[in-house]
Structure formats: C-alpha cells, structure tokens
Design a protein around this ligand. Structure first.
Ligand code: CTP
Ligand code: MG
Length: 217
C-alpha cells in the first residue's frame, strides 16, 4: 500500500495565545511542527504535504500548501496536493509527541476498514448533565475513546468524505466523522495520553518538559 502524509499546521493557535501561528512557536528549541515532521520521517514517509498559514514557507523536504479557514478545509487543500496513492495519513502538527510507530499502526488497521484513528481510553468517569448541570447519566466508560491523530484513510474514501458543503466541513472536528457521516467503517487504534494535542499554555509547558527529557544534555 502506498501512503502519503498530510500534516495540518495552518491554524492560528488562538488558545495558546503566543502571538504567532502555533506550528511555528519554538517548542523545546525548534518550531513545533518540526517534531511531528521528524516522527513522519522516522516512520518512513517520503511524500509529506504540509498545510501552512498564509505567508509561511514549508520546511525542507516537504511540499507546502496554504491552508484554509477551517481544519477540514486545510486537510482538503493538502490532500489535493498529495501524489496519487492508495492511502493517506492525516496528522495534527499540534500533536508534537506522536510516537512514530502509530502511523504504521493506523495504516495497518485499514486492512478491514475505510479509516483508522488513534484514540486513548478514558481514565476519568464521564457523566452527562442537563443545562442546569443536574447529572442525567453516568456513561459506560469502556465504550468511550478520546480521539487523536494520526487518522489513516483509504484515499478515495477521504476524498469523497471531504466533498461536502463548506458548512459541513466547518462543523467537523476530525476527518473520521466525515467518513462516519458517509456510512464508512472507522476502526479505533489504541494510543496513549502522551499523544496529546498542544492546545493551551499548560499543554505547551508539559510538552516542553517531555521533549527536553528526550534530548541529550
Ligand atoms: N489547523 C489547520 N487549519 C485550520 C485550523 C487548524 O491546519 N484552519 C491545524 C492546526 O494547525 C493544528 C490542528 O489543525 O495542527 C489542530 O487544530 P487546533 O489544535 O485547534 O489548532 P489551532 O486551530 O491553531 O488552535 P486554536 O483552535 O486554539 O486557534
Ligand atoms: Mg482550532
């Protein structure tokens, strides 16, 4: 199976609030997106397309496209620039601590599915509450997953899933939900909480500590 990689890095990073696009904020000594790029290269991807904020240049060795107004729009634009192939892996630049092996694990899970998504089991108890914050139910945690990237797709399936009105794209917080909407089979690949998304200043601090720990002094 030939697979290309899409790295979405076009977001503005409002919740991090660093005053510049999140993917280019220096994290443990280098631009944040370089950590995910390293992991993709270690996993053996030759074809990597990066969705970038307007005016930013792609790091060497990968193709850059200007991203869109929403994450799914950025995925759609980057996918259009990917060379032909059977499969594509989509990853958030913001998940800087991704273990390289997770890319291959999601691709392997496409054997009997249209899409395969990295996800971590829930560790907390999850309750549903009504609008006045009265608890309505305690959910069965064993069936719930915290969804991450990478997400691997059969190429034709993802192209069809993304071919929807802009309003539908804007609502989607991950690409697999668009495949589900189209009736596709989506498989969960167990991942760990360490593959968290750098979203807030707190996440940034934790990522910095963990990445510094990995580097030789
Ligand atoms: N992303 C993108 N294009 C967008 C929005 C997001 O490529 N229009 C990317 C981000 O760069 C990030 C990933 O999608 O790698 C996950 O999004 P998120 O963590 O929400 O990043 P931002 O949108 O940059 O952050 P915020 O929502 O806080 O502004
Ligand atoms: Mg966002």
């Amino acid at each position: 199976m030939t697979a290309a990689a899409v790295l979405v890095a076009a977001g503005s990073g409002q919740r991090l609030g660093a005053g510049q696009p999140k993917a280019f904020v220096r994290l443990a000594g280098r631009p944040l997106l370089e950590w995910s790029l390293d992991a993709l290269r270690t996993a053996g991807f030759d074809d990597i397309v990066v969705a970038l904020p307007p005016g930013f240049v792609a790091p060497s060795g990968c193709r850059g496209v200007t991203g869109g107004a929403t994450r799914s729009e950025s995925v759609r634009l980057a996918l259009a620039a990917c060379p032909a192939g059977d499969a594509v892996v989509v990853h958030d630049a913001a998940r800087a601590l991704v273990p390289p092996a997770l890319f291959e694990q999601t691709l392997a899970a496409l054997a009997d599915a249209d899409a395969a998504i990295a996800a971590a089991p829930m560790t907390d108890t999850v309750k549903e509450a009504d609008s006045s914050r009265l608890v309505a139910a305690t959910l069965d945690r064993s069936r719930l997953w915290l969804v991450q990237t990478p997400q691997a797709f059969r190429r034709d399936v993802l192209e069809r899933a993304l071919d929807v009105p802009a309003a539908v794209l804007a609502e989607a917080t991950d690409d697999a939900s668009l495949v589900e909407r189209a009736g596709g089979r989506v498989r969960v690949v167990e991942s760990s909480a360490e593959n968290f998304k750098v979203t807030t200043p707190y996440d940034f601090k934790v990522a910095e500590l963990l990445l510094r720990e990995r580097q030789p002094c």
